[in-house]
Write a protein that binds this ligand. Structure first.
Ligand code: PLP
Length: 408
């Protein structure tokens, strides 16, 4: 069983359902009961496997995690309440006050705020670099750096770094590489092959399938040797190779209560089954739209990494099955962009990504409300820029909608 869709459909739950349900039901309960007091002890100390309390684990959530683990051939998977919970849990599992991290400013708005505000307030030194410039990244590497973090395709600039090169560099300094792959989930990017140690993503996006629910995933590939990581020493002593997952799950995830609800785990398991079909369709639509938009004189610029005109054409082709389903277009200014967005009839004005429906938003005004004008200009986020997350509609309808919205 090697095909992605086959695996997505046929991963078996760890325990067969008592009533033979063909789909793992929603276990919408907080606690689990045991026949004897000794049985509950055994599960609590890890001597036998089971569920005690839904903040720690739950059969519906476990089934979702198992499906992702099977699809990624990873060491372990943690499903959490949101993509931000996955990012924060991963980083807080690796750093302590006095440590440093390396990242870029080309990040999703709330991730940027976490690096700019939250981590420094906890005494963590954040080094912002240009991740396209390996020399600059290397200059920032030292023994205090505990991770390098960036997005596989940055949102909304659509910047693509050479992940394999950065992985080799970070590993030569004994630093783990953490990549947010929300734009390119595991159907379209083999993170392990390119040297990613920990993949984090928002399952709210492509996985949920139609923007049904908020969720996040941490996927660890077992490629990093945690033995020499001082922050994980107690975890290494207990769990060996599983040191990171041990700390992330047993300490940070539990301590913050960043749990994915069983209902959302159910929706996301359902989404996982059709993700590959939806990604094929959405990404084919995106390339077709991007090429068509490039020929429109009313549009100042079109950005999509799979366009021949993109500086990231070669590297995205090497790394990803598709360059995602997000493109950006730029009009002259806010007035022109807002006029265009307000005239759209099919494409919706909403901030989500990778919904079945096409969604459009102004990153300048909606995604970065906390950053100054100068900072946004430095991030290439202009007032006329729009981010279009392309859905699975019939392509002719999308083109017709854009055509009429551009018209006089
Ligand atoms: C949406 C998103 C997140 C945050 O995910 P939530 O599920 O909304 O918490 C993180 N990174 C990227 C690239 C995103 O697009």
């Amino acid at each position: 069983m090697n095909g992605f869709i086959t695996k997505a459909l046929h991963t078996r739950a760890r325990v067969k359902d008592a009533n033979g349900a063909l789909r793992t039901p929603i276990y919408e309960n907080a606690a689990f009961e045991f026949d004897t007091a000794e049985d509950i002890d055994d599960v609590s100390i890890g001597k036998s496997i089971g569920h005690v309390y839904t903040r720690s684990s739950n059969p519906t959530v476990e089934n979702f995690e198992l499906s992702v683990k099977n699809l990624t051939n990873s060491l372990g998977v943690i499903a959490l309440g949101s993509g931000m919970a996955a990012i924060a849990t991963t980083i807080l599992s690796l750093v302590k006050a006095g440590d440093s991290v390396i990242t870029t400013k080309y990040l999703f708005g709330h991730t940027l705020a976490f690096f700019q505000n939250t981590l420094p307030s906890l005494g963590v030194n954040v080094k912002f670099v240009d991740i396209l410039d390996e020399k600059e990244v290397e200059k920032a590497c030292d023994k205090d750096v505990k991770l390098i973090f960036f997005e596989s395709i940055s949102n909304p600039q659509l910047q693509v770094a050479d992940i394999e090169k950065l992985s080799k560099l970070s590993h030569s300094y004994g630093i783990p590489l953490v990549v947010d792959t929300t734009a390119t989930p595991f159907y379209m990017f083999e993170a392990k092959k390119f040297g990613v140690d920990i993949e984090v993503l928002s399952s709210t996006k492509f996985i949920s399938g139609g923007g049904t629910s908020v969720g996040g995933l941490i996927i660890e590939y077992g490629s990093f040797d945690w033995k020499k990581t001082p922050n994980l020493k107690p975890n290494y002593d207990k769990a060996g190779h599983f040191a990171f997952l041990h700390k992330a799950r047993k300490e940070i995830f539990q301590g913050f209560g960043a749990v994915l609800s069983p209902h959302n785990a159910y929706l996301q398991t359902l989404g996982l089954e059709t993700m590959a079909l939806r990604i094929d369709r959405a990404c084919e639509n995106t390339l077709s739209l991007a090429e068509w938009l490039e020929g429109k004189k009313e549009i100042k610029s079109v950005n999509y990494p799979s366009l021949k005109s993109s500086q990231f054409y070669d590297i995205s082709k090497k790394q990803f099955k598709y360059a995602g389903s997000i493109l950006t277009i730029e009009l002259e200014d806010k007035t022109a962009a807002y006029r265009f967005m307000n005239r759209l009839k099919i494409i919706r004005r909403a901030t989500n990504l990778h919904d079945n429906k096409s969604l459009i938003v102004s990153p300048y005004f909606v995604i970065y409300p906390f950053n100054s004008h100068e900072e946004k200009m430095a991030l290439n986020i202009t007032t006329g820029l729009m981010r279009l997350s392309v859905g699975i509609e019939n392509i002719e309808d999308l083109k017709e909608d854009i055509e009429q919205a551009l018209g006089v």
